[in-house]
Design a protein around this ligand. Structure first.
Ligand SMILES: [Zn+2]
Length: 231
């Protein structure tokens, strides 16, 4: 009898113990997932809304002194916050330029302070290879007064556009609709558009947009500097 009692006690104790662990464990998992959900949504809540300068630029895409793509203001409710994944996979889009050599020029003012630069200028001798910062599809090869020879590369998920400006030349055979891989040669650094002949550079912008939006439609600029340097 005593033995059966003892066995019963053991079984009951074990059952209660595991039940406690199952309940406790379950709520731990629940807590963990709600924490991670909060962390996922927090950046969206903290997303900066487009400022007046951005809106101006969108309204006047071709004002003198502007080397930014046409229309780059978009209600922040429409786009999502930059995906950390897209940043981790970027390479510096000018051959032989190391991340440590970059300067953050994203917040520089342009057009007499009426707007922000919202891109990074990567200085390099004319003729240096421009390479794709990330994979995608050439959506548009466009020549504008300010940007000169430009390239719009759309990410595979269509929500990011990489904009390359002031090129001297496109890579031979480069065409719209072509898929490019990260590091693929797109053209050469130059001073086309409004860039100074004395300071050839690649103007590189990252634009967050929607899958449906066209290349020229408003988009939110994201600072390429931290994405190109944090590795
Ligand atoms: Zn620039």
């Amino acid at each position: 009898m005593a033995l059966i009692d003892r066995i019963l006690t053991i079984i009951v104790t074990a059952t209660i113990t595991s039940a406690v662990w199952i309940v406790a464990g379950g709520s731990l998992i629940e807590n963990a997932s709600s924490v991670s959900q909060r962390e996922r949504t927090r950046p969206a809540e903290a997303a900066p809304s487009p400022n007046a300068a951005t809106a101006d630029r969108g309204a006047e895409p071709d004002t003198e002194g502007s080397d930014t793509p046409a229309g780059t203001a978009l209600d922040s409710s429409v786009t999502s916050v930059p995906d950390a994944r897209s940043g981790r996979e970027l390479v510096v889009p000018v051959l032989n330029v190391r991340p440590s050599e970059l300067t953050d020029t994203f917040s520089d003012s342009r057009a007499d302070g009426s707007r922000l630069h919202e891109a990074i200028d990567i200085m390099a001798p004319k003729g240096t290879s421009v390479v794709a910062a990330g994979p995608g599809e050439i959506e548009k090869l466009f020549e504008s007064d300010a940007g000169g020879l430009t390239i719009y590369v759309r990410s595979p998920d269509r929500r990011t556009i990489h904009y390359y400006a002031h090129l001297d030349e496109y890579a031979p055979g480069l065409k719209e609709g072509q898929r490019v891989r990260r590091g693929q040669r797109l053209g050469t650094v130059g001073s086309s558009g409004n860039a100074s002949e004395d300071a050839p550079h690649l103007h590189f912008a990252i634009l967050q947009t929607t899958e449906e939006a066209a290349w020229w439609e408003p988009a939110n600029a994201v600072n390429p500097y931290p994405l190109l340097t944090s590795r």
